[in-house]
Ligand binder design. Structure first.
Ligand SMILES: *[C@@H]1O[C@H](CO)[C@@H](O)[C@H](O)[C@H]1NC(C)=O
Length: 218
């Protein structure tokens, strides 16, 4: 056997070994598609059997189409988050598409673990957030504009286009962001109204009124 041929043979076997190593290591750590039948923990869902993962786990058909409606705020939204987009599990990212109707708004809220960036597809919207030292950062956005909300801070959206619906795409640094609406949090609970009034500086009557509106008791 000539030295040339034996060198080619060695190279060939080297490549075969590389390819088989690559094949063995494929998949295992590429993704952790959510097993939605198991409970969700702080780090997300457990992974479902990789052999049952399909392209549809990484796909959501037309995010603008099937929206959940919130008539009180004149908002409708589609959530591309782990519960309806299992391929996002563990990736630390997700999306919402939402529309805010004329006179509509998103009430002040925080996503405690999650930073956010939005893109205004259409319309005009006032957005803002309040920092830990109570400084307000506030802007009027029009179609094509982008705005970022740092993690955990209280923020809001108000449709300021007199006649047009605002259409917005938002991306998050979490696969399934927890959301706390400020007013729901203080008025949607079963704490005694007197206690809520004391810790919020609101009047007890005002707290009772808000509790009736936001499903709280006591
Ligand atoms: C997606 O949904 C919107 C309705 O929100 C519709 O106007 C649009 O045609 C849909 N896209 C496709 C490709 O069907």
């Amino acid at each position: 056997m000539s030295p040339l041929i034996s060198n080619i043979n060695i190279l060939f076997f080297f490549f075969m070994i590389m390819i088989s190593l690559l094949n063995q290591s494929s998949n295992a750590a590429d993704f952790c598609v959510a097993d939605l039948t198991a409970p969700e923990g702080p780090a997300g869902y457990p992974c479902k059997d990789a052999s049952t993962v399909t392209s549809d786990d990484f796909y959501l058909n037309n995010i603008t189409r099937t929206r959940t409606r919130y008539p009180l705020f004149k908002v409708s939204a589609t959530f591309a988050t782990t519960p309806n987009f299992p391929g996002l599990n563990g990736l630390g990212l997700s999306m919402h598409y939402f529309e805010i109707g004329v006179d509509g708004f998103v009430p002040i809220l925080t996503k405690p673990q999650t930073s956010e960036i939005i893109y205004v597809i259409e319309g005009m919207v006032d957005v803002g957030f309040i920092s830990s030292d109570n400084k307000a950062f506030y802007k009027t956005l029009r179609d094509g504009d982008v705005f970022a909300f740092p993690k955990g801070l209280l923020h809001f959206f108000v449709n300021s286009g007199r006649k047009s619906t605002a259409r917005i795409l938002a991306s998050y640094s979490s696969s399934d962001p927890g959301i706390q609406f400020f007013t729901n949090s203080i008025a949607g609970n079963d704490l005694p109204s007197e206690m809520v009034a004391k810790v919020t500086f609101l009047d007890t009557d005002q707290v009772k009124k808000l509790k009736a509106q936001f499903g709280g008791t006591n």
